[in-house]
Design a protein around this ligand. Structure first.
Ligand code: SF4
Length: 322
């Protein structure tokens, strides 16, 4: 048992015109204190949905099954109230697009204090002191507490969002594309700060991104998702040097490398529709290695080595069992 275990997580969305979309299928994750886990994949692959399901933040047309075990206790089992009691306190999140994460008509300090007051971890002068501490911790002047979100730069807003997420001393920090829309210099500073805080505070980090260089800069291991399922899971080292799923290989090949000699490739086609039943491997229509079993049977997630899993018939054909 890990500090945080996700077991067989499934998410469906009811569609307005009838029918449903199976957005997440059979996702298992294990996160320990100090871990830096990347959740990687194209837009629509289900990575943000997994995180929102763990935080209990999906809209009302979503149905979630499976377990999210914190210290072995399923926080989804007792409804919204139970999840809410863990949100910010045990599991906190830096949302994508910090401008949208803040109320535009409230000062930053007020918004950082809000989770502390809501969860009664601090109030009054203690909450103000803690707000100042948090701002300094993320590299901001304490005077930023009196600013409105629009008065801060994109990088400063992202730092303030990080301060807000850390307000109640959570054990797991989810960060959803925390550096998207920031210029590369600011991006590098924020990522460095994030890594430093994870180490200093002994947090677990789950970083959601489509950006492989960002994962490589921050994470120790990654889960690659495709069409709502796990395609591959491994340490960053194993993913870089021995990717075992064709989708992972193509993701790497489609990432520009300033100093590399290999041409950048694009992945042809689009991900499958998830509002229709899928037979076979979800990547079959785009995979350069697809063979007959790929179109008939969904590949199981097989263990290839300690901590290295992939869902591809090529590995099973080589004699690996699920
Ligand atoms: Fe490609 Fe087949 Fe592997 Fe799917 S199972 S990734 S289609 S080789």
């Amino acid at each position: 048992m890990s500090m945080l275990d996700v077991v067989d997580l499934e998410v469906w969305f009811d569609l307005p015109g009838g029918g449903e979309l199976h957005a997440v299928q059979g996702v298992d994750l294990a996160v320990e204190r100090g871990d830096r886990l990347g959740l990687v994949g194209e837009s629509g692959c289900g990575k943000t949905t997994v995180m929102m399901a763990m935080m209990g933040l999906l809209p009302s047309n979503a149905t979630v099954s499976g377990q999210v075990l914190l210290d072995g206790v399923d926080i989804l089992a007792h409804g919204e109230r139970s999840v809410r009691s863990h949100r910010w306190v045990d599991l906190a999140m830096v949302f994508q697009g910090a401008m949208n994460a803040f109320n535009p008509v409230q000062r930053i300090g007020r918004q950082i204090r809000e989770p502390m007051e809501l969860h009664r971890t601090a109030s009054g002068a203690a909450a103000r002191r803690r707000t100042n501490e948090l701002l300094e911790m993320v590299g901001m002047p304490v005077s930023a507490a009196d600013r409105y979100p629009h008065e801060l730069s994109g990088g400063m807003r992202q730092r303030a969002a990080l301060a807000m997420a850390l307000a109640c001393e959570p054990r797991v920090l989810f960060a959803d594309e925390p550096t998207t829309a920031l210029d590369v210099m600011v991006q590098a500073q924020i990522l460095q700060q994030l890594g430093q805080l994870v180490d200093e505070l002994g947090l677990a980090l789950v970083l959601v991104t489509h950006d492989l260089p960002v994962v490589a800069a921050v994470c120790d291991r990654a889960t690659v998702m495709y069409a709502g399922r796990i395609a591959e899971q491994a340490t960053m080292d194993a993913l870089f040097h021995d990717p075992r799923h064709p989708y992972t290989r193509l993701l790497f090949a489609s990432t520009p490398d300033l100093y590399g000699e290999e041409p950048v490739v694009s992945i042809p086609g689009s991900p499958p529709r998830l509002d229709r039943p899928l037979t076979g491997c979800p990547f079959a229509a785009r995979c350069p290695h697809a063979f007959d079993p790929c179109r008939e049977q969904q590949p199981a997630l097989a263990t290839l080595a300690a901590g290295h899993l992939a869902a591809c018939h090529l590995n099973t054909r080589a004699g690996v069992t699920a």
